[in-house]
Structures are given as structure tokens and as C-alpha cells.
Design a protein around this ligand. Structure first.
Ligand SMILES: Cc1cc2nc3c(=O)[nH]c(=O)nc-3n(C[C@H](O)[C@H](O)[C@H](O)COP(=O)(O)O)c2cc1C
Length: 364
């Protein structure tokens, strides 16, 4: 990682960030402390350090890496090891591992601690993807709870940082067994449980079952982080005001509204307007972080293009801009077009349909 100084935000943007960020209250979940109860959810191919760090700067109380294969780590796969990079400015970061074998997970967790010193190690127990599940990892771990005690204990014994898990509500509607998983996790010293409020069978269809999340959290012996469909500051605020969950994870919401963590701290009727210029500033910051992460031009182009399109979603003329960007093969041109696009706008008010399907597949 080639760390360099980044360009400071403008005074105007920094003042807006400072105003809202100081309203956060720190929280402790088990033995893990966060700067606020609003955390960035793990997302594969998205939650490497550039996006994680940007989100911490824009108010996320903590972040989790994308899922990383224990076998990839144990085989010292170069690409997998790069996924373990943590930027020195990241404060509250967990590394998420996936695998089916307790022993391989324990070995890889030790490698992680030697490699990058995260604050905690998280186990992916929610990934619904066939390739992962057929090997017995991800949400397949929810199927046979008799093995979980050994699984958690073996990993926990290998590490000297807290162990946490992220699950779904169950495999399917006939096996909503999160209370059982939580009980076993507590016995083996897991600190907290993040729950995506859908079953594995449900994948990303329908809505997250918040009634169930609230009920499970109410009775839980461990702190629960609720997750699923919190895609607007209004929804986050409502949930924060009245919930049994101790914290919340936001995944897809921050992709299209990178200011969602900050805007969740707005008071009723208060307006702090983020401008098109602010969008350009945070895009530039993300670009600087991505340049520290990789010097491969093609990778940079792919990474930047997808974030730019998500940031632009719902802004005036976003459709036309997206078409132009798709046809642009050069990184420099992509960044110039993006600057021109954002700076040509007079408002950053978005028109997004909250019911429209967005990113309906993922690894958890
Ligand atoms: C593109 C994408 C990738 C994801 N990758 C992961 C992952 O690596 N690990 C994980 O536990 N969950 C992963 N998830 C699930 C999210 O963490 C989260 O549980 C889910 O998106 C629901 O939250 P949301 O409605 O706020 O997005 C992913 C989701 C998406 C959309």
C-alpha cells in the first residue's frame, strides 16, 4: 500500500461533516467499541479499505471487510492477501472470513492477525450463493447447529481479538433458528451477532423481516445488529428511535447515498444540503484511496466506474451520464467526465424509487 496525503475536503463540506458527526454517540457491543451504532455492512468487491475509510470519514461508526476465503488466505493467494489491507487511518474495522472447516478458519484467523491487526474477526454465516453454500460455508453453517459450538470455539481459541458473526434469520421459513445460533455463540464467547433479516431461501427477495429481528433482539442474550433495507436516512432514524437492536448495518443504502450515515443524524425539519460539488469531492477522495490500494489502471477504472454510477443514481441526467460513462474506456477521461457531470448540476437532490430493486444479489 502506497500511503500518501489526501487532498483535504473544502471548508464547506468539512463543516457539514463536523456538524453531524459530533452528534454520534459511541457504543460498545460486547467488547467491541464503535463510534456510533450505524455501521457499514460487509459487501464483496466493495468493502476494501478505500470505500470503508471513506464511509468512516462520512460517519459510519465502524466497518467490516468483504468476505474473505480462509482457504485463499491459507494458500497465501496474492489477491486474497491484498483484500486484507487495512489503511492506518481506519479505526473500527473487522475482517470477515468464510469457510466450512473450523481448523482452516482458525489457521487463517491467525494469519489475519499477523497480517493486518483488525479490531475483530467476523464469521460469514449468511452468504446464500450456491458456490459457497454447497461447500458448507456461508449460510449453510446455519443448517446444522450441532457443529457450531466446536466451530466457534476452535476459531475463538486461536485469536486474541473479539469474535463476531453475521447470520440470516435462518435457512428458510421452516427453520428460523437465529435464537439457537445466538445461544451457542454466547456460550462460546462471541461478542455480537449481526442479522440480515431474510432467510437463505429468500436470497434478496421480499423485505427484511424487521418484526422478527425486533423479537429476536428483545430476547437475545447477545447484542444484535439489525440489517436489511435501511436505505434512507428517514428509515434509519425511525428504526434508531425505537428498536431492540443495539446497532444497525447499512449495505446498499450508502452506495447510492454516501451521506446516509451523516443524514441519519439530522433533526426533524433540519436541512443540511450536500451539494453536487460535495459528490465530486468524495468521488475524488475515493479515487485517491483507490490509487493507494492498487496501481492497476484497469482495476481502478472498474472500481471507480461502479461507485460513480451509484453515487450519480437519482441525480438529474444520471441515465444519460451512465451511458456516456459505459462507453468511456479511459480512467482519466472517466474522472474528467465525472467532474463535469457533478459540477454541471445545480442540486444533489435525488429522485430514487425506494421500491425499485437495487443489487439483489450478494454474499450475505
Ligand atoms: C453486492 C453485495 C455484496 C455483499 N457481500 C457480503 C459479504 O461479503 N459478506 C456479508 O456478510 N454480506 C454481504 N452482503 C450482504 C450485506 O452485508 C447485507 O446483509 C444485505 O445487503 C442487506 O442489507 P442492505 O439492505 O442494507 O443492503 C452483500 C450484499 C451485497 C448487495
Amino acid at each position: 500500500m502506497n500511503i500518501t496525503q489526501v487532498t483535504p475536503f473544502s471548508k464547506d463540506l468539512q463543516e457539514k461533516i463536523d456538524l453531524l458527526i459530533k452528534r454520534r454517540t459511541a457504543i460498545k457491543l460486547g467488547n467491541v467499541s464503535f463510534d456510533s451504532p450505524l455501521l457499514l455492512a460487509p459487501m464483496s468487491n466493495i468493502c476494501a479499505f478505500p470505500f470503508r475509510l471513506l464511509m468512516e470519514e462520512l460517519g459510519a461508526g465502524g466497518t467490516v471487510s468483504e468476505l474473505i476465503s480462509c482457504h485463499g488466505i491459507n494458500y497465501k493467494n496474492e489477491k486474497t492477501l491484498r483484500m486484507l489491507s487495512i489503511h492506518p487511518s481506519e479505526k473500527n474495522i473487522g475482517i470477515q472470513l468464510f469457510g466450512e472447516s473450523a481448523e482452516s478458519m482458525a489457521v487463517s484467523a491467525k494469519v489475519v492477525l499477523d497480517h493486518c491487526q483488525p479490531k475483530f474477526i467476523d464469521i460469514n454465516m449468511g452468504c446464500p450463493v450456491r458456490k459457497v453454500v454447497t461447500k458448507g460455508s456461508g449460510s449453510a453453517l446455519l443448517k446444522d447447529t450441532s457443529k457450531l459450538g466446536h466451530f466457534f470455539k476452535t476459531i475463538k481459541d486461536a485469536i486474541d481479538v473479539p469474535l463476531t458473526i453475521k447470520i440470516r434469520t435462518g435457512w428458510d421459513d421452516d427453520s428460523l433458528n437465529s435464537p439457537e445460533v445466538i445461544r451457542i455463540a454466547r456460550e462460546e464467547g462471541v461478542e455480537f451477532v449481526a442479522i440480515h433479516g431474510r432467510t437463505r431461501t429468500q436470497q434478496y427477495k421480499g423485505l427484511a423481516n424487521w418484526d422478527l429481528l425486533e423479537q429476536v433482539s428483545k430476547e437475545s442474550v447477545l447484542p444484535i445488529i439489525g440489517n436489511g433495507d435501511l436505505h434512507s436516512p428517514t428509515l434509519v432514524r425511525k428504526r434508531m428511535a425505537n428498536s431492540n437492536c443495539k446497532a444497525f448495518m447499512l449495505g446498499r443504502g450508502p452506495l447510492r447515498n454516501p451521506f446516509i450515515f451523516l443524514e441519519s443524524y439530522l433533526e426533524d425539519g433540519e436541512e443540511v444540503n450536500f451539494t453536487p460539488g460535495d459528490y465530486w469531492e468524495i468521488t475524488s477522495r475515493l479515487f485517491e484511496y483507490n490509487q493507494m490500494y492498487t496501481d492497476r489502471e484497469r482495476t481502478l477504472l472498474v472500481m471507480m466506474r461502479k461507485h460513480i454510477m451509484w453515487f450519480a443514481a437519482g441525480l438529474n441526467n444520471a441515465g444519460q451520464f451512465r451511458n456516456t460513462l459505459f462507453k468511456c474506456p479511459e480512467l482519466d477521461d472517466t474522472m474528467n467526465l465525472t467532474k463535469d457531470f457533478f459540477l454541471s448540476l445545480t442540486t444533489a437532490k435525488k429522485q430514487l424509487n425506494p421500491d425499485e430493486a437495487f443489487m439483489t444479489s450478494g454474499h450475505g
